[in-house]
Design a protein around this ligand. Sequence first.
Ligand code: TRP
Length: 341
Amino acid sequence: MDILSTVNSNDIILTGDRTTGQLHLGHYVGSLRNRVILQDRCQQFLLLADAQALTDNMGNYLKVRDNVLQVALDYLAVGIDPAKSTIFIQSLVPELTELASYYLNLVTVARLERNPTIKDEIKQRGYERDIPVGFLTYPAAQAADITAFRATVVPVGADQIPMIEQTNEIVRRFNSSVAGDVLVEARAVVPAAGARLPGIDGKAKMSKSLGNALPLSASPDDIRQAVKMMYTDPGHLRVEDPGRVDGNVVFTYLDAFESDSTQLAELKERYQRGGLGDAVIKKQLEERLQALLAPIRARREEFARDPGQVMAMLKQGTQQARTVAARTLADVKAAMGLNYY
Ligand code: TRP
């Protein structure tokens, strides 16, 4: 179901991004544009997950550090408003680490190793048995991120569902071991089917590491090149030939970015009938993308001119986040009797 139809004013949203690179069009379609709408509906916390990014990037700590600003610029560029959303830096909220240290007593190594996302990531990274402990246990740290803010909704990609399941397991275990409702369970909400944008090469996922992403800061020329390179229907050789719409990357993108659905339906019909060239559909897609990204790029450049101001905004958000996390931590410790004086 679409996230916008499931969230109400009592919900508390928490979500975040690892700071390993700039955000791209896939992030925009799958989550950023929703965040802009949801910040007017309920409380929303946005986490710049630098500490989590370090769990598999210790050799690259400057990349993680530098992308805190880059991701913050992406947020601001799309219209996330720090007066409405609390944007904060994970590593500057030590309460999260402290909370996670207690949660680690409620999870087993076997359970962490069974987490399907962790399992995949261990394989992808080739860790075998040499798994950094911080990496293996990041689901418990993520449980801290979520519960510290008493989040009820966690908008994430489908690969993150196991993290929310494990968070809720920790919540139930904690609450039953202290016999109280101290922590709150959260629900994962994944992007609707139509909100998953494939890479510009047509591969299932747009991702910087796959080299098939279009960053939000893309120049007009980058956008032109990306559309030019997109596959259409390999059997559509001459303009007169009937073309396929299914699996045609240009049409998949038009589905996401063309708001005139009647006109798009007509375009598909003409393409399938034959007589419509790839150049026409590509031109239309390029126009839509240029129009979408031009104001985003302009705002991004404007904010980038004053990084000090962006950092001051992050400092303020981080202070707000710390206040909230400290309250939850105090409740958690009191529930365990760790309120000595
Ligand atoms: N694991 C998330 C990702 O890789 C980032 C993240 C960290 C997160 N903490 C979170 C997402 C808490 C949601 C809630 O994208």
